[in-house]
Design a protein around this ligand. Sequence first.
Ligand code: SDX
Length: 431
Amino acid sequence: MKASENKAKLSFTNGSPDVELPIYHGTMGPDVIDIRKLYGQTGMFTYDPGFLSTASCESAITYIDGDKGELLYRGYPIEQLAQKCDYLDTCFLLLYGELPDAQQRDKFHKLVNSHTMVNEQMQFFLRGFRRDAHPMAVLTGLVGGMSAFYHESTDIHNPRHRDVAAIQLIAKMPTLVAMAYKYGVGEPYVYPNNALSYSGNFLRMMFGTPCEEYKVNPVLEKALDRIFILHADHEQNASTSTVRLCGSSGTNPFAAIAAGVACLWGPSHGGANEACLNMLEEIQAMGGIAKVGEFMEKVKDKNSGVKLMGFGHRVYKNYDPRAKLMQETCNEVLQELGLEKDPLFALAKALEKIALEDDYFVQRKLYPNVDFYSGIVQRAIGIPVKLFTGLFALARTVGWIAQLNEMIGDPEYKIGRPRQLFVGPARRNIP
Ligand code: SDX
């Protein structure tokens, strides 16, 4: 970052001395006011619950322009990555800062593919769960459990170890998500087949069985790969900030990523795709498109507590570019599967059309986000609703690791420890 000529001057109406604070420029986006010395100079904290005006770090990985609806991974627009690259190219880019050349690509694909198996003991972890446990509960346990198998090989402050852990997590997440699914449906686990692509391998581990040859459908394989690209990283969102804060204590990467999985599960974050599909099914059951108006009235009634899931975003105040690409992917998959008439897809498009013309949404700049169409395409592929967020976690693992490694790799980083505005009881004695 670069110091600006401009400075911030803080003055107080109670006559306290003025404070001058440095301002820094990034490559793009808002400048920042460096408040690190504020407490020392004024004895006061800033106050920003939800971090609406707070930059928690500097990063070179992902940039979002919420007004333009623009998303860049290491400077490349998401639209170009979705068209011209595959998910593992995107992983290489997010981890190392550049797209791989042919030789690097081949080596990276082989490296990831040779780490897809998990320790055979991990299958006994699953047995402790009820068969109907939510897959995100299982996945949180499995990812945290990786610390029990691979932690010894991970000194988070050793760049080589960070690299190894990154490959292990990227390679094993599909296997773990598929195992969580198979455990829930009572089918045997399918071991990875490293002759397949990353997404093809995942499809086979999910839907293959030992009884017959599983043929990967190339349209679904490509659609899934694109879904993974769209979910790979997204600046300092709630789960990435969780991974950074958790990792800042120096804990091992598996524990930090498990914290990210747990945070992503929330319906306001990665759990929105599951919540959005459940919402669509609920409206469908109420009467479908004919009932959209009634549903929208509920959404606009503050007391109903009903939100249009898959809509709105803290940063995007324009159309989420991922939602556009997800809608295209949805079209392709539904056509391939002869489901063009999927009533939920028609319902989602009707909801979007109404919302984009309705003052309530227009005034609040609420647009479809990545979760609005992702549930429909995953459901068409055969992914159960409860596993949608598991796929989001699978895809986001590379973003979490890239952000964690960027933080740990910065010699200036410190353990995160926010302060508070205390409003509880003053000191008192037990009578
Ligand atoms: C993801 O941060 C990221 O980058 C996340 C993510 C990623 O890739 O990591 O992009 C993934 O989490 C996408 C978001 C998925 N969540 C949902 O789709 C859940 C529904 N959306 C909302 O809960 C909400 O839009 C949030 C949580 C996404 C954003 O909330 P903010 O920024 O805190 O905004 P807000 O709640 O203050 O909303 C502003 C206004 C409020 O109304 P007023 O008080 O001004 O009258 O808009 C309203 C809100 O009530 N509003 C909605 C709404 N979202 C916001 N009203 C109805 N339906 C919605 N979906």
